[in-house]
Design a binder for this molecule. Structure first.
Ligand code: F6P
Length: 357
């Protein structure tokens, strides 16, 4: 039985995408031998809409285990626009189905985060054979305890925080480190603990600036303090607002990011110099950690297993330490937030880390 498999990477990139692609490909060539053909789809769903496809050879998947980024390229094609016909007059869902047909695909593998899973589910409902693989440095995909890319990003963010300690100490400053994570604070929580931050601020626990200032004040004898702040953090006042309202409030008050506001307010309140550090996309770059390479390989191999069983409409996941899968329909559209009583939150509190609440 011949199998033609399309693979795409969608949304923000992260370390481990290539390792996952390689895992899938190697496992497929191993299982199906000459009976498999792999088609690389460029730039995510944008490439699927526009039939930007590449015939792949087995050798194309060698030497990519350790490389960052994605050999296929990626793009953000928001789910909310997928069923909307815009100025270009393209019916995107129809176009994606056409490419699938034109390329004579038997199945489509989508490597991505929450948005990617939503479109994967839509295509599955439209009758395509789809398997999703969980990628994101945010670790916020519902139904899987871990996503590939997260572990590497934790290492990178931890390294950044580690480096802030000495310079903060030398200058007697407060260093506010902004860590990616717009909705969920997993990355900030893990890196904050691993990097020995004094305060961790995440979207799931809105902060009170008075409490953060108090925690900084308490560290005055130590000369410096480190705050790990998720980019999507907001304060207790903003917590009561809807997303749009919050954006309007920030625009009106000249607030650009939570980190810059925290730094400014703390400097004014306690009189210590405060600086902001934004590692930004550095957290998404570089070679995957050993852990992520192994995880990516396990996920890739599992996807090949699902293909051999023709089990479609599923998202690969880590469930109770076992690689398994969830129906796409059950996970798409849900975000895995940090529970306020998460064990790791408690661990952090138990060693005196303040969440500003
Ligand atoms: O979803 C991953 C992520 O890195 C988020 O943490 C961050 O908010 C977002 O992507 C940034 O996206 P972009 O690269 O499109 O600016």
């Amino acid at each position: 039985m011949k199998r033609r498999i399309g693979i795409l990477t969608s949304g923000g990139d992260c370390p481990g995408l290539n390792a996952t692609i390689r895992g899938v490909a190697k496992a497929c060539y191993e299982r199906f031998g000459n009976d498999v053909e792999i088609v690389g789809i460029e730039d995510g769903y944008f490439g699927l809409i526009n039939n930007m496809c590449r015939e792949m050879n087995q050798s194309d998947f060698s030497g990519i285990l350790t490389t960052g980024g994605t050999i296929f390229g990626t793009k953000r094609t928001p789910f909310k626009k997928m069923q909307v016909v815009e100025d270009d007059n393209v019916d995107k869902v129809k176009a994606m189905k056409n490419t699938y047909k034109k390329q004579k695909l038997d199945c489509l593998l989508t490597l991505g985060g929450n948005g990617t899973h939503k479109t994967a589910n839509l295509l599955s409902e439209e009758g395509l054979n789809v398997i999703g693989l969980p990628k994101t440095i945010d670790n916020d995909i519902w139904g899987t305890s871990v996503t590939f890319g997260f572990h590497t990003a934790v290492n990178t963010a931890t390294d950044v925080i580690d480096r802030l300690h000495s310079t903060a100490n030398s200058h007697g400053r407060i260093l506010v480190c902004e860590i990616m994570g717009n909705k969920a604070g997993w990355l900030t929580l893990y890196a904050g603990i691993a990097g020995g931050a004094d305060m961790i601020v995440i979207p799931e626990i809105p902060y009170d600036i008075e409490k953060l200032a108090e925690a900084c004040e308490k560290r005055k004898d130590k000369r410096f303090a480190i705050l790990a702040v998720a980019e999507g953090a907001y304060d207790i006042k903003e917590a009561k607002m809807k997303k749009k309202e919050r954006a309007a409030y920030r625009a009106e008050n000249g607030i650009t990011t939570a980190t810059s506001r925290i730094a400014k307010q703390i400097e004014e309140m306690i009189g210590n110099e405060a600086r902001v550090c934004v590692p930004g996309h550095m957290l998404r770059g570089g070679s995957p950690s050993a852990y992520d390479r192994v995880l990516a390989t396990k996920f890739g191999v599992h996807a090949a297993k699902l293909i051999s069983k023709e089990k479609y409409g599923y998202a690969v996941a880590m469930i109770k330490d076992n690689v398994s899968e969830n129906p796409l329909s059950e996970v798409a559209g849900k975000t895995k937030f940090v529970p306020q009583d998460d064990q790791l939150v408690k661990t952090a509190r138990d060693i005196g880390i303040s969440f500003g609440d």
